[in-house]
Design a protein. Structure first.
Length: 138
């Protein structure tokens, strides 16, 4: 009888610890983007979420932005340096999709400093979603 009570107590203790961790933990976020203007909007969103004056239940941890499609070209252009620097300031990881780079005859070496690379943006997005990242696709 005592073993059963101890087992129940330990189970309830463990369950409550998991619930507390889930409600007080950080929310990792993923933006999967295909349009140039969405990158700037995602960075504004990241800044608002990281602000101490936020009015949301989202507690941002890691924020990843994966850019796919033709707009991946912008991640190689000098005109995007300020966007990438802003992302770094906000502790946001900007990632270029290798499939998209290949499609537009761009190489990994052409990416601006601070931009990360993945071979396949869709697979990376699936992996992050599987890890529990909250995601938005635009």
């Amino acid at each position: 009888m005592i073993k059963k009570q101890i087992s129940i107590f330990l189970f309830l203790l463990f369950a409550s610890m998991v619930a507390i961790a889930q409600t007080t933990g950080e929310d990792n976020l993923l933006f999967l983007l295909r349009k140039k203007e969405h990158l700037a909007q995602a960075l504004v969103t990241a800044e608002q979420l990281r602000s101490s004056e936020k009015t949301t239940t989202i507690n941002p941890g890691e924020i990843v932005i994966i850019l796919c499609g033709e707009e991946v070209k912008m991640l190689t252009e000098p005109s995007s340096v300020d966007l990438i620097k802003n992302a770094e300031r906000l502790n946001v990881n900007v990632v270029a999709c290798g499939l998209s780079l290949n499609k537009f005859n761009l190489s990994r070496q052409q990416l601006l400093p601070g931009v990360r690379y993945v071979t396949n943006g869709f697979i990376k997005a699936f992996e992050l979603q599987k890890q529990g990242y909250l995601s938005v696709e635009l």
